[in-house]
Ligand binder design. Structure first.
Ligand code: ATP
Length: 449
């Protein structure tokens, strides 16, 4: 297991303003979080790198942004109204509620060292089915006809737009539709920080293929997605693929593989890749009366199969922080460092005048900062001892720091400090933008064995 605890990650996120408990001044709201400055920047990076791999660098996938609240019949057709349920038990003694299928991972409310049901005082109810969709009302009338749901996944918004995209984007299978957006689930046992929350940002891509090619594309997407995590710095020993057994698979799936990450809470699903067959398009065809099929130029017609890689930004965010977090002693001083891939790091470089009272140094630093920030998120910092400023940047994962010192005033060179190796080298100040550009596009691998 990684030698970092979830508490260390939570504490760093709080201390450095990545993530705050939501509505904290009112006591918070269970498992709901707000993102601060660095959290927003890091989430933006994860989202845009996913979109880059899925849409920008491919000819066969287009983007979509569907509504959060859809016609409720969508959720009847998809099976969510009837079947998106978890079995739930209540304890009449401690009043806590548990997932009946996860009692072995829960703790008794009175005796946390025991599982629910293990003490003589535990008094569990029979399991009941609990729908995870958040209900809401659309319009002024509050009756059955106005009931609607916040989407529990983004995928259905893609399926109901299949015909639009097929016609207007002039695509034919194999092709995909990618979407990023908020999804909502009234999870019974949320927790473990951002790992299981009630409001999260999903990144899903539905890839429509001829049925005979489905198995091959399913394997292809498992490998693509696994490779994406390695490319952005997750250590291979903390990643694995786990294929679901037939009993474990969802009703719509004819094959599902989880890409799991070794979180501090153990191996858990980071991303799921599923072969959904023709389930969704067939269901929506039956319920809507609109035929969702592909008709070829020669008149051949079929309902495409769907391969779906689905993940949330939250689960990637936590995995990347866990992988990157290190506490170490350097020159007899403690340092906490986030060894994030430079493309994921919220801030790419810091510009630091060595002596903040020195007007010439400040002026040069400000000018370099002004130049670099037109292309990248770069921070200027003149608050406090230089050592403390380096530590602050280490903690938020900034890969490079440029320091303006006495020598800069003599020969227009600056020091660049590398977060990972702590190596320092001198560069002409005029060459810094090109140097940074190159450093940020170089292949990066964590130096941690
Ligand atoms: P789990 O079994 O962990 O509840 P799931 O199999 O229900 O997950 P999917 O419905 O396959 O999850 O959702 C696709 C992806 O969305 C998951 O792989 C995960 O990355 C993410 N996800 C699902 N539920 C949550 C949640 N409550 N909080 C954060 N991310 C989530």
């Amino acid at each position: 297991m990684p030698d970092v605890t979830m508490d260390q990650i939570v504490s760093l996120c709080r201390r450095r303003g990545f993530v705050f408990p939501s509505s904290e001044i009112y006591g918070g709201l269970g498992s709901t979080y707000d993102y601060g400055h660095y959290g927003v920047l890091m989430k933006n990076n994860i989202r845009s790198l996913w979109l880059q791999a899925m849409v920008q660098e491919r000819d066969d996938i287009v983007a979509l942004d569907s509504a959060v609240i859809l016609n409720p019949r969508v959720w009847e057709a998809s099976g969510h109204v009837g079947g998106f349920v978890d079995p739930l038990v209540d304890c009449r003694t401690c009043k806590l509620r548990f997932r009946a299928d996860q009692l072995d991972q829960a703790s008794c409310g009175r005796k946390p060292s025991k599982r629910p049901g293990e003490t003589p005082d535990c008094d569990l109810t029979e399991a009941r089915q609990f729908n995870l969709m958040f209900k809401t009302q659309v319009g002024a009338l509050e009756d059955e006809s106005s009931v609607a749901y916040l989407r529990p996944e983004t995928a259905q918004g893609i399926f109901v737009n299949f015909k639009n995209v097929l016609q207007l984007a002039r695509r034919k299978p194999p092709f995909g539709i990618a979407q990023v957006g908020k999804s909502f689930r009234n999870e019974i046992t949320p927790g473990n920080f951002l790992f299981r929350v009630r409001e999260f940002e999903q990144m899903e891509m539905e890839f429509f293929v001829p049925p005979a090619d489905a198995e091959q594309w399913y394997r292809y997407w498992i490998d693509q997605r696994f490779g994406w995590y390695l490319e952005y710095g997750l250590r291979e020993e903390n990643l694995r693929k786990r294929e679901h057994s037939a009993q474990e698979r969802s009703h719509y799936s004819s094959g599902t593989t989880d890409i799991e990450y070794r979180y501090p809470i153990g191996w858990q699903e980071l991303e799921g890749v599923a072969n959904r067959g023709d389930f969704d398009l067939t269901q929506h065809t039956q319920h809507s009366g609109t035929k969702l099929e592909f008709v070829g130029e020669g008149g051949e017609r079929y309902t495409p199969y769907v391969i779906e890689p689905a993940v949330s930004i939250e689960r990637i965010f936590v995995a990347m922080l866990v992988d990157a977090y290190h506490e170490e002693v350097v020159a007899e001083r403690d340092r906490t460092v986030l060894r994030l891939h430079p493309a994921i790091a919220p801030v790419k470089a810091a510009v630091l005048p060595l002596i903040p009272r020195n007007g010439d140094m400040v002026e040069k630093a400000r000018s370099l900062h002004g130049e670099l920030r037109t292309s990248h998120v770069v921070e200027y910092d003149d608050g406090g001892q230089i050592g403390r400023r380096y530590r602050r940047q280490d903690e938020i994962g900034t890969p490079f720091a440029f320091t303006i010192d006495d020598q800069t005033l003599e020969d227009d060179t600056v020091t660049v400090r590398d977060r990972d190796s702590l190596a320092q080298e001198r560069l002409p100040i005029g060459g810094v933008p090109a140097w940074l550009e190159e450093a940020l596009t170089k292949r990066w691998r964590t130096p941690v064995a």
